[in-house]
Design a protein around this ligand. Structure first.
Ligand code: SF4
Length: 299
């Protein structure tokens, strides 16, 4: 795969699946239908070129009002095919824009760790001195991925660390990580899956994560209950309205309306009370033609 360093660039709209949480990747579907036309498959990787669009890269610099900025919701910034030198450009903008808060979520915790070590060596400064306004997080859709990725996140310097348990695919024990005596997890986001082929979401799994967070004093954010929530008999939600067969009755097909959830799950906490509104930077979930024509393909 060729990489264009000279172009005006942004990390493009492409990724490849890495774990079960990626099975129904919405970004792949959007990119296939409205973007570059490429599904996120390994063979297609050779047809895509990652590059940085300097105009978009500069957007946070030009935005003076403090914002909470999610870096790329259509790809994984730490994908193996994105060179560290490109990622560093994103890092440098985040460092410069200390009035914004940047959130980076990855399934590639090992590579994020390696990047943090590389950039520390590159700059000859302590990795602890990297941007204070960067939140780093990992996805943990099942216990195996939690046990693989969270320890790596805890070893990676960050202003704040968060977990995205979404789409949650099974019961997960986060206790050892939430109660880590040295490093802190500052937020846990939880959710089910939605869209075609969505996998079932047992509300008992979310209830367990909520209880773990409460016990550890970690903020919990219930993002949505997905398109196929159900309540097993061991769940406090069992018997709640028609929830067991909610997929047939929910008005919000993504389970994103808290008023349709059991009351005890309507929890949306943040590590800070006054956070700026969340915005997406780098790629948009519904890519604009302006962005798409800059996402170069090689056929
Ligand atoms: S890492 Fe994220 S963007 Fe990449 S394939 Fe998986 S779900 Fe999609």
């Amino acid at each position: 795969m060729a990489v264009d360093f000279s172009g005006k660039a942004i990390t493009g709209t492409f990724c490849t699946r890495i774990s079960p949480g990626c099975q129904h990747c919405y970004a792949s579907v959007i990119n296939k239908r409205f973007g570059t036309g490429l599904e996120y498959t390994v063979p297609n990787l050779a047809k895509h070129e990652f590059f940085i669009d300097e105009k978009i890269l500069a957007e946070p610099l030009n935005r003076k009002k403090p914002a909470r900025i999610f870096v790329g919701d259509m790809f994984d910034l730490f994908h193996e095919a994105i060179p560290f030198r490109l990622i560093k450009q994103v890092w440098d903008v985040a460092a410069e824009c200390d009035w914004h808060t940047f959130q980076v979520l990855t399934k590639r915790a090992q590579r994020m760790r390696e990047f943090s070590q590389w950039i520390a060596g590159d700059d000859h400064i302590s990795i602890a001195e990297r941007p204070r306004n960067l939140w780093l997080g990992v996805s943990a859709e099942d216990q195996k991925r939690a046990d693989e990725r969270i320890p790596l996140l805890l070893q990676t310097p960050a202003a704040m660390r968060f977990l995205s348990v979404e789409p949650q695919l099974e019961a997960i024990d986060l206790t050892p990580y939430l109660e880590d005596p040295v490093y802190e997890i500052s937020l846990v986001i939880c959710g089910g899956e939605s869209g075609p082929g969505a996998r079932p979401f047992n509300l008992a799994w979310a209830e367990s994560i909520l209880e773990q967070c409460k016990a550890a004093g970690v903020p919990f954010f219930m993002k949505q209950i997905g398109g196929r929530p159900y309540a097993s008999k061991d769940s406090p939600s069992f018997g709640y309205s028609t929830l067991v067969f909610r997929e047939h009755f929910m008005k919000d097909r993504k389970g994103g309306d808290p008023s349709e959830w059991p009351e005890h799950l309507r929890v949306r906490e943040f590590p800070q009370s006054q956070l700026p509104r969340l915005e997406v930077w780098a790629c948009k979930s519904n890519p604009s033609p302006r962005l798409l024509h800059k996402t170069k393909q090689l056929y």
